[in-house]
Unconditional design. Structure first.
Length: 428
């Protein structure tokens, strides 16, 4: 009984912890970032990807466009993109679903990121026949295609030895590919034993069995390579908020976060942007720093980090885009600034807008609402800005995530709360 009481008190989202209104601890700030990011995502599903005139969202939905149902009649078929038709108000977008799957995977792996298991779960949920019904963006499609390629055995086989019969060569491809689907993500010894047994059942010779094990070697090595698409869009930022919450403060923070980023976006530009924004959220989580102060601190440090700037050419661009967002803060509101930056899904457009909002808004509600009013890829921008303001101000507080927004988010938020409590309890 004592152990159970301790377990409950360690849950950062339990009523006893005070996370609803008290954001004094690192665990509570980490938990609030995850929950806040998903609440912001759900708030914007009804107005996502409206690209018409600058004030189109306001003219169609009013000054409070959050938690409206997806209504096709309010979308311009020529200028807007209706991706979430049929979804109810308060449902998660594909961004939120990716973040939720990341959260589940980190908890399942007890505080690590098991890329192989995550690929299996991603394919089962978003792939053909999976539970998910909804829009799948370019990065997600790329991941699914890469996973399918690996599971089918495409590119799996080493070159055929001259003395190995063709039928043996093809049999190995078929058998190892099939067994990899079922056992590849599990225990390596069990996987190898299954391959040995199944191959010898039809080709009981040492040369074929040895070639099969060589193929397993190649398959295992391939699994260490990211399955991510060559993509530089905003979903790679919102999907990793649970990883930032878990790994914040670790010496290997960037190494671990990059692994999660490259699962969805195996792209150097995406890595540069997301790791930098990840550092900003990390600063807020660890120290409760105001997001604008954290942004200035991180970008100034990056601008002086010659080794990092040389290692990835995109870090220089990240510095410029963040400083653009800061510089324009006294000249325009979020809607006008976002229109000028560009409202598409690319990180180079979305990040200056997020940064601008950190300097021109002061609450979760105001920041998220401004991003929704700005249109375009509003949900992606709102999701990360929401995570930052939630980490700073908490849940159900004057400047944090309003309780009225929390209760309007879809019913699976209860699962999010439970999983997030488990996630932050795994922080070292």
């Amino acid at each position: 009984m004592a152990d159970e009481k301790k377990k409950n008190s360690d849950n950062a989202l339990s009523p006893r912890s005070g996370v609803f209104g008290d954001n004094a601890s690192v665990k509570n700030r980490a938990a609030a970032a995850v929950v806040g990011g998903l609440v912001a995502d759900a708030a914007g599903i009804g107005v996502h990807w409206i690209y018409s005139e600058k004030n189109a969202v306001q003219s169609r939905f009013g000054d409070r466009p959050e938690f409206v149902k997806v209504d096709s009649s309010r979308f311009d078929v020529e200028k807007d993109f209706l991706a979430h038709d049929g979804k109810p108000a308060g449902e998660f977008t594909h961004n939120g679903e990716c973040a939720l799957l990341t959260l589940r995977s980190l908890v399942k792996a007890e505080g690590a990121f098991n890329a192989s298991q995550h690929a299996s779960d991603f394919n089962k949920f978003f792939g053909p026949g999976g539970q998910y019904v909804g829009y799948v963006d370019g990065a997600m499609r790329g991941v699914l295609l890469n996973i399918a390629s690996r599971l089918s055995g495409c590119g799996l086989l080493p070159p055929k030895p001259d003395d190995l019969p063709k039928d043996s060569y093809l049999a190995v491809q078929t058998k190892v590919g099939a067994l990899a689907k079922r056992y590849g993500a599990g225990d390596e010894a069990e996987f190898r034993a299954k391959v040995e047994k199944v191959v010898r059942a039809t080709h009981d010779d040492d040369a074929t069995a040895a070639f099969a094990q060589l193929t397993v070697d190649r398959w295992l090595a391939q699994q260490k390579e990211p399955v991510g698409a060559d993509d530089n869009q905003m979903n790679s930022l919102t999907a990793v908020v649970p990883a930032i919450a878990l790994f914040a403060g670790r010496d290997d923070f960037e190494e671990r976060l990059e692994q999660v980023v490259r699962f969805l976006a195996n792209n150097d530009e995406a890595v540069a942007y997301v790791l930098t924004l990840g550092r900003i959220l990390e600063e807020v989580i660890l120290h409760g720093t105001d997001p604008s102060v954290a942004t200035s601190k991180v970008v100034d440090a990056l601008a002086e980090d010659e080794a990092k700037l040389k290692a990835n050419e995109y870090y220089g661009e990240v510095v410029d885009k963040i400083r653009l967002g800061i510089k324009t803060a006294d000249k325009a509101d979020v809607v006008d600034a976002t229109y000028d930056f560009g409202r598409s899904c690319l990180l180079r457009f979305g990040v200056p807008s997020i940064v601008h909002s950190l300097y021109t808004t002061s609450t979760f509600e105001e920041a998220v609402r401004q991003h929704l009013l700005a249109g375009g890829d509003s949900v992606s921008r709102a999701g990360f800005a929401g995570a930052l303001f939630a980490a700073r101000h908490g849940l159900n507080s004057d400047r944090g995530v309003p309780l009225t927004w929390i209760v309007r988010t879809n019913k699976r938020l209860a699962d999010v709360v439970e999983l997030t409590g488990k996630l932050v309890s795994l922080r070292e």
